[in-house]
Ligand binder design. Structure first.
Ligand SMILES: [Zn+2]
Length: 498
């Protein structure tokens, strides 16, 4: 097409084209970033993608919600604690250092022992008071090497992760035909076919509480009917062929068989093969075994109360982890967030009326002996425990706290939570507690709390993917802030929480 040249027209065309190209580019860029932010909108992996390390993060809701009158004197301290927690990524950096330096921290491992020594030194450096270790003897289970292969029809390896506290196999492994079941009822109905088989519990993950019983009790249930080994479909949502470890419990008086977790993908694959009528033969090899019990410790640091030091508010997490990953979410994050909360209270010179005690418990994962030892070693002062808080559900974006206690105490805690509205963490749920505070809480009927967060905890729980990159620095900072405010006010309020 011929266009008569004229200078003004040419300029106009160039301008229009430039504008068009610019608009298209802008569209493409914003489209790409919208798609990226949509992809990165949820989940721990997504958090890692969208991490920007911006501090302070934007407040969730700047409108001050109505706070009850008795809370008013705590507004300033709460604002200072929140401001200090959100000022930088100190909590995330400490958690990253813990995981990068010491790695996983299974009970009895030199890694856990070294991490305990480090924590004691660091707490002293933070200026915490009465920093000490409280000795606990812990079981010492070691995994050793392990493998699972399809022997026939065509030999090939599968991804496997032995269950904690499992026995090992003979050196050459256990080789047997596969039997797949989907429930304990189906296991019972198949009882004539269990003997001599490797039994796979192929139960899709629903909730942890519902599905974990196949990991905990499945091995003994199958062994009772003559199985030679047990496999359990990973207790967690399907994701990138990840098996999840976790403890099993052998039933007294039943034969013990080795047991391991399979990824959801491998379980589904074996299921398809069996459904096609293929006879699948497997070989499981595990070196897992127990060594003699080992020395370990609960780590304790405090700020002594200024008026009623004998009354104690306990906060903490468990310092041990499984031996895969770096235990950053389970439960390095809970340890560091509670620790940082206490450090900030100390740093701001907010010495509360009562003592705040930080406890990093040992051996939650495969024995629970840290929580039992705390109850026994502190039996005489449990009646003076005002509240115990455990953070063991991840330090993703905090929503608030679960609480267990009297209705009057719940009302107080709800009032305190109004100080957390700027964090969007003012929700108080129906029940709080934790595996480590459980023994003490039950013995002395102590009000119990747990940090409540929004995040895909069970996606990475007990897997090699439990590493610090799944945790957003802003989220652990917010978790720290929420714990610091809740803890400080409960420790300082004129009347004891009852
Ligand atoms: Zn845990």
């Amino acid at each position: 097409m011929f266009v008569r040249r004229s200078a003004p027209l040419l300029v106009l065309v160039v301008l229009l084209l430039t504008a068009l190209v610019f608009c298209l580019k802008a569209e493409a860029t914003s489209g790409a970033s919208a798609a990226a932010s949509a992809r990165a909108s949820s989940g721990p992996v997504a958090s890692a993608l969208r991490r920007k390390h911006q501090f302070p993060p934007p407040a969730a809701d700047t409108r001050q919600k109505a706070t009850p009158e008795w809370i008013a004197p705590y507004r300033e301290a709460a604002a200072r604690l929140i401001g200090e927690a959100l000022a930088n990524d100190a909590a995330w950096q400490r958690l990253a250092y813990l995981g990068d330096t010491f790695g996983s921290r299974l009970s009895g491992s030199p890694n856990l022992a070294a991490a305990i020594t480090w924590a004691l030194d660091e707490m002293a450096r933070d200026g915490l008071e009465n920093v000490h270790a409280e000795p606990v003897q812990v079981p010492h289970w070691v995994r050793g090497r392990e493998s699972l292969e399809i022997v026939g029809p065509i030999p090939q390896p599968l991804v496997v992760l032995g269950l904690g506290n499992s026995i090992g196999t003979p050196p050459g492994g256990v080789e047997a035909d596969l039997l797949v079941v989907h429930s304990f009822e189906e296991l019972e109905m198949s009882r004539d076919r269990v003997k001599g088989r490797i039994v796979l519990f192929n139960v899709p993950f629903t909730t942890y509480g519902e599905t974990v019983r196949y990991r905990t009790n499945g091995p003994s249930r199958a062994a009772a009917l003559g199985a030679v080994a047990t496999l359990v479909r990973a207790v967690g949502p399907a994701a990138l062929r990840l098996p999840h470890t976790g403890t099993l419990v052998y039933t007294d008086g039943q034969p013990q068989v080795p047991a391991a977790a399979l990824s959801a993908e491998d379980a589904a694959r074996l299921q398809r093969m069996v459904d096609r009528g293929t006879k699948v033969r497997l070989r499981l090899t595990m070196e897992a075994r127990f060594l003699p019990d080992a020395d370990s410790a609960n780590v304790v640091g405090e700020i002594r109360g200024r008026e009623r030091p004998e009354e104690v508010v306990v906060i903490g997490g468990h310092f041990d982890s499984w031996d895969v990953g770096t235990g950053s979410t389970d439960d390095g994050g809970g340890c560091v967030a509670t620790w940082e909360a206490l450090r900030l209270i100390k740093k701001l010179n907010l010495r509360p009326r009562r003592t705040v005690r930080l406890v990093l418990w040992t051996n939650e994962e495969n024995g629970g002996r840290g929580g039992l030892a705390y109850r026994d070693q502190h039996e005489s002062e449990l009646a003076s425990h005002v509240m115990m808080l455990e953070s063991d559900g991840g330090v993703f974006r905090p929503r608030g706290f679960g609480f267990s206690g009297s209705e009057s105490a719940r009302a107080r805690v709800r009032d305190i939570a109004t100080l957390l509205s700027s964090l969007d963490a003012d929700w108080i749920g129906p029940s709080g507690g934790g595996a480590d505070i459980g023994p003490s809480v039950q013995q002395a009927n102590i009000p119990a709390m747990a940090l409540d967060v929004e995040g895909e905890y069970f996606l990475i729980h007990h897997t090699p993917a439990d590493t610090v990159d799944k945790i957003d620095p802003q989220d652990i900072a917010r978790s720290t802030a929420a714990i610091a405010v809740m803890t400080y006010v409960i420790a300082d309020m004129p009347e004891r929480l009852r």
